[in-house]
Design a protein around this ligand. Structure first.
Ligand code: ATP
Ligand code: MG
Length: 233
């Protein structure tokens, strides 16, 4: 799905990603962990085409990511939900598929209502984001990302703005979404979730991938002092 080669991202003179190599296979559930400022969000934003590489290459489904036309094939979910506050829940969810002419309005609404029913928020379709709890907002943001049938969803700390009870409901939905076989790449500090969810964990430090492997390998047998230290906290 993704093939990343020697990815470098600089902001001004500061090198934030330092020659990242990464392969993501179809259906993988990748969790990216690492200290603040290590470049996790920047990497995710490059994979989501929100940032352009300074050098190196990212292929998505065997094509240069800068040349893909079907941008709806990459979905994103952010810590701060990024819902449109002036639109209702239903409008938020149906906006992208209608605007990109992926489906007509009726089909989009029907699909959105099905999803809302699945996450038990069908009574909120006409509510505005301000009327929802944080957990509800994030679940709406997740089904919004699913509406265009993306091949991959990128999550940047989807639960770190939430209280404990709400964290669980969002993580449960992510596990539900995972069952469909979709590729997921998740930046999170929820290490218990990561242990059970991930097919592969990536530990980033100072703009590099310091270790990667199965959750068992990384959590039970960390190789670097940096990861050992990180896991202690
Ligand atoms: N738009 C930007 N302009 C300048 N510097 C940036 C920009 N975005 C990120 N950085 C810098 O790049 C480095 C990596 O940031 P990034 O947000 O990718 O880290 P992170 O691992 O996601 O951290 P956190 O866990 O705090 O979210 C930081 O030093 C940050 O200050
Ligand atoms: Mg970040």
């Amino acid at each position: 799905m993704y093939e990343v080669k020697k990815l470098v991202k600089k902001f001004g003179k500061v090198e934030v990603l330092k020659k990242i190599d990464l392969v993501v296979e179809n259906g993988e559930k990748i969790v990216i962990i690492g200290p603040s400022g290590s470049g996790k969000s920047t990497l995710l934003r490059c994979l989501g085409r929100l940032e352009k590489a300074t050098s190196g290459k990212i292929n998505f489904c065997d094509k240069d990511i800068n040349k893909i036309s079907k941008t709806h094939e990459i979905g994103m979910v952010f810590q701060s939900f990024n819902l449109f506050e002036n639109l209702t829940v239903l409008e938020n969810i149906t906006l992208a598929p209608i605007k990109t002419k992926l489906m007509n309005k009726e089909t989009a609404i029907e699909k959105a209502k099905d999803y809302l029913k699945k996450i038990k928020l069908d009574d909120k379709e006409n509510a505005y984001p301000a009327d929802l709890s944080g957990g509800q907002k994030q679940r709406v943001a997740i089904i919004r990302a699913l509406m265009t049938d993306p091949k991959v969803i990128l999550f940047d700390e989807p639960t770190s703005a939430l209280d404990r009870e709400m964290i669980e409901e969002v993580l449960n939905l992510m596990e539900e979404v995972a069952k469909s076989g979709i590729t997921m790449i998740v930046v999170t500090h929820e290490l218990n979730f990561a242990y059970n969810f991930a097919t592969k964990i990536i530990f980033m430090d100072d703009g590099k991938i310091l270790e990667s492997g199965s959750p068992q390998e990384l959590f039970n047998n960390p190789q670097t002092e940096r990861l050992k230290e990180f896991l202690k906290n």
